[in-house]
Design a protein around this ligand. Structure first.
Ligand code: KG4
Ligand code: ZN
Length: 358
């Protein structure tokens, strides 16, 4: 069985073809450069760029796989959550292929794409504990099965990646900020500044990054003669130290909540063995190392997708589409793209969300 996946929900135009033997037959990712000078993704520019490139990205992917559209068994498209202009482009391309070739169409929740990638790249079995950290989301979930997610905690303000991006912006490090913060942090002193750990004393598993971001802002402002952040003069060493302290504190915030989540996971899912991280921030090696330690201490197996499959890509959509297809879930061509689409609502039983069982 082979499935074509299309991704266009943010600033990557991507496609991939994967098989049920866990082979990646072809894959193409175009990261839009157009947003760099704006310090963030501009939705209208993103939508236009997706429209301009989507056909050639799909064609290239087929060429790499040495396949034709008639050879695929189903087409999956990232159908939300995300920037709606871009999502519509990918969904329309997927539906057009489905209609023209009479192949099943599968609407994939973008977050489900991130959530299931580790099952393609490692031997991860259901149920597993998942930390999903991307530019738009930050959640702790138990993945019981395809389409069956139990959310244990979520951010009450910024997503983890958003916090990395905002701190990077304050330090003029460009967009996306995560990779730059990680790079700068390598030469920084992670113990120089003491930063807050918001919600660390709350008994629930929710997270918050807004107070952490504000604390970083105050440090940066203290380097300004008039207290205005845009007049701050920060040298390389200070920048590196701030990045290292922020990265360390953000990681501690995540691991301390996960420590509690692990206890719940073990109690509720005694056969569960895996701790998985997914989403763009999962590309961060410092976080990966901390999660590996956490898993080892708790006798869980830690898995993270290879770095290139942490940020948005077509493989994750093709694989999630394939798992849905294997389980008999396809969607009608009147499926409406969803700018908001909580993952834990994506249960097969939930009306209108998870598709119909064939
Ligand atoms: O999953 P993703 O590609 O897009 C969304 O679905 O949001 O995640 C993008 C986010 C951005 O916020 C980016 O700064 C962050 O992932 N990111 C990182 C790293 N690489 C990407 N954050 C921290 N460290 C990294 N190495
Ligand atoms: Zn994503």
């Amino acid at each position: 069985m082979i499935v074509l996946g299309i991704e266009s929900s943010c600033d990557e135009t991507a496609a991939a073809i994967v098989s049920d033997k866990k082979e990646i037959l072809g894959e193409t990712v175009l990261s839009q450069e157009e947003h760099k000078s704006y310090g963030g993704v501009v939705p209208e520019i993103a939508a236009r760029a997706h429209l301009e490139h989507i056909d050639e990205i799909i064609e290239k992917t087929l060429e790499k796989a040495k396949l034709q559209l008639k050879d695929i068994d189903a087409v999956a498209a990232s159908s939300g959550p995300g920037l709606i202009g871009g999502v519509v482009v990918g969904v329309m391309a997927g539906k057009a292929i489905s209609l023209a070739l009479n192949k099943p169409f599968i609407a994939v929740n973008h977050l489900e794409g991130h959530a299931l990638t580790a099952r393609l790249t490692s031997d991860v079995c259901y149920p597993y504990l998942l930390l999903l950290v991307s530019g738009g989301h930050c959640q702790i979930l138990i993945v019981h099965n395809v389409g069956e997610y139990e959310r244990l905690g979520t951010t009450i303000d910024d997503a983890a990646g958003e916090a990395f991006d905002k701190v990077a912006k304050m330090l003029n490090l460009g967009y996306p900020g995560g990779p730059m913060i990680e790079k700068k942090a390598l030469s920084g002193d992670e113990n120089r500044f003491t930063l807050p750990h918001p919600l660390s004393n709350s008994t629930d598993l929710n997270l918050s990054f807004s107070g952490l971001k504000t604390a970083v802002r105050k440090i940066i402002e203290s380097y300004s003669p008039d207290g205005k952040i845009e007049h701050s003069i920060i040298n390389e060493k200070d920048t590196a130290d701030i990045c290292a302290c922020f990265q360390k504190t953000a990681t501690e915030c995540l691991t301390s909540k996960l420590e509690k989540a692990i206890q719940i996971f073990k109690k509720n899912c005694p056969n569960g063995k895996d701790l998985v991280v997914a989403g763009g921030v999962a590309a961060n090696q410092y976080l990966r190392n901390a999660l590996k330690d956490l898993a080892d201490r708790n006798k869980l197996i830690f898995s993270a997708p290879p770095i290139r499959f942490c940020t948005d890509n077509g493989v994750m959509i093709a694989w999630a589409g394939l798992e849905r297809f294997q389980n008999g879930y396809t969607n009608e061509l009147d499926f409406k793209p969803r700018p908001r689409w909580p993952l834990d609502e994506n249960a097969p039983k939930a009306a209108g969300a998870g598709g119909v069982k064939a």
